[in-house]
Design a protein. Structure first.
Length: 730
């Protein structure tokens, strides 16, 4: 253990060895917080003789939980198997599987995903005959649950506000549907766990005795419900260590509340605060840029990142002519860096919004540069995968109306709207699930409906007798789904995806000590984008800045570094939102280890309209000595001036050699094309497709003028004035 402690700097060592009482570790980006967490666990086990089953370690992603468990296992061996190293959601699922019956649910509950949640909310809006407009019903329900409001509490709180009072009706109907189907959404996992512990002192006492030592990672990202859960569990023994960085709180839109970390010392008085400021990831220039941006926020705990490593190369701030030029610049630098020895997988392009990636993706495709978009369609969001999972969910929980509606006629069993209306009517009249309604009236629901019912019953019986991967294979084949893909134009691709699902089930069976159907299904719905990130793939990764949190790359491009893009237009006029955007900028900058490029554009097309942009105000917050500024417009003007001078010199030489003036194209008297304008060599012009360029020559051709123009990022083009739709820039 002494050898391990000697690997830590003094603040890290303090965070590891302070095991009793509340501890707040303010861990700056790249400051070794995962090492602190894992060494702290090892220290508790080896030096303090704390039983592993008395330790609860909470993270936010499965990827982080796996990494933590693997590191702890490398330090202390199999003792890690007796600990809970879990995400908030998976820990709550485990608690609820044991005792959710106290809340009136069955232990075989299913967890619905965001898409199913959206469809269920739409059903509620329709049934209540309310307006299905742009009001964010689903997000409002999520916000209510994050704040631990039950439907009744929500309705009382907002009884005098018409729109929100209607929202209360939708929330109540939605929650009734979930409970009837024995379904939970993601927000229920936390909210119901808190309710279970609050309402059942014996259960709370059980977990307080079990988890005498609690560690929580990324505490700045907790919402009110998650914070209350931790306070409940740690309220008696107070051996709670939270690790986080208020400067990296970027998930307000998901319900994260930065005051949880800022006011930790109010919830746990006399807490020890340890600051980790030494960075082991980035060069000092990159850290100085991040420090100078984030220091403009107010109400923060305060710290300054530093490294004893190299100062590093200057940052590069590139101001493009337009968004196409910006994409070309990124692609050209990627090629250069690859030629210098960087892997494509060493590089990341970060953007504020997913829509910003299209032009860059198109440019990379034309340039044959390998890339992948991390925030694209998840494997588990593909239709065929969702269909098979719906079968599995219905097998596990026959009361799951959401899943039944999805697959009762997939593949087609000739079950139409009239039949479904009849099933719905029986379900409503008898107060039972759709599946039970069918079972209660099998003599009425014949044909495809009866066949479907008996098939699901057969699968349910099979589930307890065969391995999970075999069950998935049988569902795929015996449901008729495999055969239906023969007529699907994407059938081969869909079949391959289902093959991957079956392989994943096999991998689960091989790697989990005590595999179970419930646990397998829980794992499926708790997977996130970042959990699927493969660092070994040699391709430039494109992702949102939010998705990049927790990752690092030798080279980072932050694109759209313009006021109105990043920070967004709304944030510019809202002080609180601007601070959130500044924290996001801090996160994006600190993803870079060696090289950082900040790219923006004088103009870009947004929603079909070209607009002019100024550099991001965050660039103004970075000292000029830290970056090299490259302005494409200034470079273009300098090149145009050089071209004018060279052409003037050429004209002088021609005159000195007494060449007839008619051959000097720059000085010709030209006929004006009908409906067109005339330009001379050296003029800077704009074209609707090719962007901005410099006129190299202008040659009269009949009643028109033939232009040779060098366009930025495109090259030379030959155009006729009548059809080119050129406009002069200067």
């Amino acid at each position: 253990m002494n050898d391990l402690l000697n690997q830590l700097n003094p603040p890290q060592r303090e965070a590891v060895t302070t095991t009793e009482g509340p501890v707040l570790v303010l861990a700056g980006a790249g400051s070794g917080k995962t090492r602190v967490l894992t060494y702290r666990i090892a220290y508790m086990l080896e030096e303090k003789n704390i039983a592993p089953w008395n330790i609860l370690a909470i993270t936010f992603t499965n990827k982080a939980a796996r990494e933590m468990a693997d590191r702890v296992e490398a330090l202390v061996g199999s003792a890690v198997n007796d600990m809970w190293v879990r995400t908030f959601h998976s820990a709550c699922v485990r608690i609820l599987r044991r005792d959710i019956e106290r809340l009136g649910y069955g232990r075989n509950f299913n967890i619905i995903d965001a898409d199913d949640q959206k469809n269920l909310v739409k059903d509620c809006v329709k049934e209540l005959r309310l307006s299905d407009d742009e009001f964010p019903y689903r997000a409002e329900i999520s916000r209510a649950k994050d704040g631990l409001f039950s439907p009744d509490e929500y309705s009382r709180e907002f009884a005098t506000e018409y729109r929100l009072s209607q929202m209360g009706r939708i929330y109540a109907r939605y929650q009734d549907k979930l409970k009837k189907a024995n379904d939970l959404d993601f927000d229920d996992l936390i909210m119901l766990t808190v309710r279970l512990l609050r309402d059942n002192p014996d259960i709370l006492e059980y977990y307080r005795k079990k988890f005498k030592y609690i560690l929580v990672d990324e505490y700045q990202d907790t919402n009110p419900a998650q914070n209350e859960l931790i306070i409940l569990l740690a309220g008696e023994h107070r051996n709670i260590c939270v690790v986080g960085d208020d400067d990296q709180s970027i998930y307000k839109f998901r319900g994260a509340d930065i005051t949880n970390i800022l006011e930790f010392e109010k919830a746990f008085p006399n807490a020890k605060v340890v600051r980790l400021e030494q960075n082991y990831r980035s060069t000092q220039n990159i850290l100085d840029a991040a420090n100078n941006v984030i220091k403009n926020n107010v109400g923060r705990k305060g710290k300054r990142l530093w490294t004893d490593g190299e100062k590093g190369e200057s940052l590069v701030a590139y101001r493009a002519n337009n968004d196409f030029d910006e994409a070309e610049y990124i692609a050209s630098r990627v090629r250069e860096l690859a030629a210098d020895g960087y892997r494509y997988g060493d590089m990341a392009v970060l953007f504020r919004a997913k829509s910003s990636s299209k032009v860059i993706e198109d440019t990379f495709m034309r340039a044959a540069l390998p890339y992948r978009v991390l925030s694209g369609l998840r494997f588990y969001d593909r239709k065929e995968i969702r269909d098979i999972i719906a079968y599995l969910r219905l097998i596990k929980n026959p009361d799951d109306d959401v899943s039944l509606r999805r697959i009762i006629n997939v593949p087609s069993r000739k079950i139409g709207k009239v039949t479904m209306d009849a099933i719905n009517a029986v379900s409503a009249r008898e107060g039972v699930s759709l599946f039970k309604a069918i079972g209660n009236h099998l003599d009425e629901f014949k044909g495809g409906v009866a066949d479907f019912y008996q098939m699901i019953q057969g699968f349910a019986a099979l589930a307890s007798d065969v391995p999970i991967d075999e069950l998935v294979q049988r569902v795929y084949e015996d449901s008729g789904y495999e055969k239906s893909l023969e007529k699907d134009e994407k059938g081969e691709e869909r079949a391959e995806n289902i093959g991957e699902l079956i392989s994943g089930a096999s991998h689960y069976m091989e790697t989990v000590d005590e595999p179970s159907f419930d646990d397998y299904m829980d794992n499926l719905v708790l997977v996130s984008d970042v959990d699927n990130y493969d660092e070994d793939t040699d391709a430039v990764v494109m992702m949102t800045m939010h998705a990049s949190k927790g990752l690092e790359f030798p080279v980072v491009f932050i694109c759209g570094f313009d006021d109105g893009i990043f920070p967004g237009a709304r944030a510019i006029y809202d002080a609180e939102e601007l601070q959130e955007e500044r924290r996001l900028c801090y996160v994006a900058i600190t993803r870079a280890r060696r090289r950082l490029f900040l790219t923006g554009s004088h103009s870009r097309m947004v929603f079909g309209k070209t607009s002019v942009y100024k550099p991001s105000r965050f660039l103004d917050e970075i000292p000029e000595e830290l970056y090299e500024l490259i302005d494409a417009r200034e470079e273009r003007q300098a090149r145009a001036e050089q071209l004018r001078e060279s052409m003037a010199a050429a004209n002088r030489r021609k005159r000195e050699r007494k060449i007839p003036a008619a051959t000097v194209t720059a000085g010709l008297e030209r006929p004006k094309p009908a409906g067109g304008k005339i330009f001379k060599a050296g003029d800077i012009v704009s074209h609707p497709k090719f962007g901005e360029g410099v006129v190299i020559s202008a040659q009269p051709v009949g009643g028109d003028i033939h232009y040779r123009i060098n366009f930025e990022g495109v090259g030379e083009k030959n155009l006729l004035g009548l059809y080119a739709k050129l406009t002069k820039i200067n």
